[in-house]
Design a protein around this ligand. Structure first.
Ligand code: ADP
Length: 311
């Protein structure tokens, strides 16, 4: 799902935030990324959501090569990653329920879907009886659980929680971890970022990646590419992914489309219907489709939308 392939990130004044970082996260994993303050954890996050570009090396999210994503595709891309930050605040002018509904309204969900999903998410974080309260009426732990519910509104493939238990007492922290694990059991890949090694107490079964001074100092479950020192050029991760990309570039839903349209979808990294339906009119114009391709694409989107509506 996520690959960091020999990633180095230097900020201005030659500050090396990350050096030669390689790791792989598979779909459905639950893992911790830990390290002291300044170790480079947030930089990993910023590279993943393409807020920053690597100085060298590359990053893949599913089959998408993240540094190559064009700016106009970023909103659709970022929807695939749910994020919870210690300092992310629910909107104070809205109740907890309205905060979640608002996240769903932005995604143009139907009223019925908004209501059902909000109920489901409030149950998941055990806050159904707090739904009508404003954030300042909730405890710190409740606010953080509310933020998790909101981050899940767009059904992300990957949930990243950056210091989700900071400022919380150990009981509330454990409750947050339990919720994140429940979410993971539902199939979402979850990464918890923290400077607090105590969080790992009792979690020695979980994969842990440790960063120190920009270097990956420990991975409790290193994947083959990190241990294989004799990797040839042909065997590097990026070439593996690239060759995989050649044989499996698009979601199977696109199989029936014309070759010319498929080629454009690959070119613009619109590799799944979910990404495709989130592009804007301007992005579409940029693709410079022929009239025939335009009609074909419009027909596909219409069919796809009605198929998910019927699910
Ligand atoms: P962590 O999240 O583990 O605390 P960061 O990724 O925030 O670590 O920072 C890693 C290193 O990069 C630190 O030395 C920090 O000072 C530096 N750094 C982070 N962001 C910037 C930036 N925008 N410009 C310059 N240096 C930065």
């Amino acid at each position: 799902m996520v690959i960091f392939d020999t990633v180095t990130k230097k900020y201005k004044d030659n500050i090396i935030a990350l050096e030669d970082i390689t790791f792989r996260i598979d779909p459905g994993e639950f893992l911790f990324l830990v390290g002291p303050s300044g170790a480079g954890k947030s930089t990993i996050m910023r590279l993943l959501i393409r807020e920053e570009l690597p100085t060298s090396g590359t990053i893949f999210f599913n089959e998408i090569e993240v540094p190559k994503l064009t700016r106009r595709l970023l909103p659709a891309y970022r929807q695939k990653i749910g994020m919870v930050f210690q300092d992310i605040k629910l909107l104070n002018t809205k109740t907890l329920e309205e905060n979640i509904e608002f996240a769903l309204e932005i995604l143009n969900k139907s009223q019925k879907e908004i209501e059902d999903t909000t109920d489901y998410l409030l149950d998941l974080v055990d806050l159904r009886d707090r739904r009508e309260l404003f954030p300042y009426e909730l405890s710190g732990g409740e606010q953080q659980r509310g933020a998790i519910a909101r981050a899940l509104a767009n059904k992300p493939d990957f949930l990243v929680a950056d210091e989700p238990t900071g400022n919380l007492d150990s009981e509330n922290a454990m409750q947050i971890l339990e919720i994140l694990k429940t979410i993971n059991k539902g199939g979402t890949t979850v990464m918890v970022i923290s400077h607090d090694f105590n969080l790992l107490n009792g979690s020695n079964k979980d994969r842990t990646i440790t960063l120190e001074e920009g270097k990956l100092s420990f991975d409790s479950d290193p994947r083959e590419m990190t241990s294989d020192k004799e990797e040839t050029e042909e065997n590097t991760i990026s070439s593996k992914v690239k060759s995989k990309k050649k044989t499996l570039p698009l979601s199977p839903e696109f199989n029936k489309l014309s070759p010319s349209l498929k080629k454009k979808l690959v070119q613009y990294a619109l590799t799944s219907p979910e990404i495709l339906i989130n592009i804007t009119t301007r992005e579409l114009e940029d693709m410079k489709l022929s009239k025939k391709e335009n009609t074909e694409l419009a027909k596909f989107v219409k069919q796809y939308l009605s198929s998910i509506e019927n699910e």
